[in-house]
Design a protein around this ligand. Sequence first.
Ligand code: 13P
Length: 254
Amino acid sequence: MRTPIAAANWKMNFGPRQAEQFIAAIREPLGAVSGAEVVLFPPFISLDSAYRAIQGTAIGLGAQNLSEHPGGAFTGETSAIMVAELCRWVIAGHSERRQYYGETDELVRQKTLAALSADLSPIVCVGERLEDREANLAERVITTQIRGSLGGLPAEAIGRVVVAYEPVWAIGTGRAATRQDAEDIAQLIRALVGEQYGQGIADALRILYGGSVTAANVTEFVASPHLDGALVGTASLRPEFVDIARAIAAAKTA
Ligand code: 13P
């Protein structure tokens, strides 16, 4: 059985003080959610205060990005080893990084490798743009992203990789994908990972949906046997995230 995941990507929101206050407000009910892994992804500058604020709870912590390099003269960057001092998790290849910072599949693959070598669990994001979907190219784009981002990873570490399917047109738009679309792509992702790493790895792979997830629609997604949780943006900045995490746990323990 795959343990479901409720992941909160705060993006560029909540500095250290706000992070501390927000976690203080939700840590009791959020920490009480059982049956799902709950992970917060604050901005880098807020990781330390978030780390302190979650002490004594089962809430996990992750960074939103990492460097592909192990260390050295890379101003403004953060290595996997540094992330691993505070976190068990990291996001690699979010569509905003791909879109605004030119991250390619090969760079995402290198970041995923770096994360795995530091014993982090990477959430690798893939997703097509609106024009891809309208041109019926969604499956082709996802296939290229999965093959490019997840190729050549060490077999013994691949079990720590989580994939998030986040269609770009659904992110921050209030227009979530349909359950059917998300399921179809999740099945494609599992098949592609199966081709690369074998059926056992594919069956154990956790696949999340992201894109305008709310407490009102999350159950629709996670009721699917093909989806193992959600990567939540906007709604993760509100106490509503507690309801989302509860709904994810409930759908998988029902
Ligand atoms: P929204 O939930 O705001 O659509 O963001 C989704 C996302 O990008 C999470 O990584």
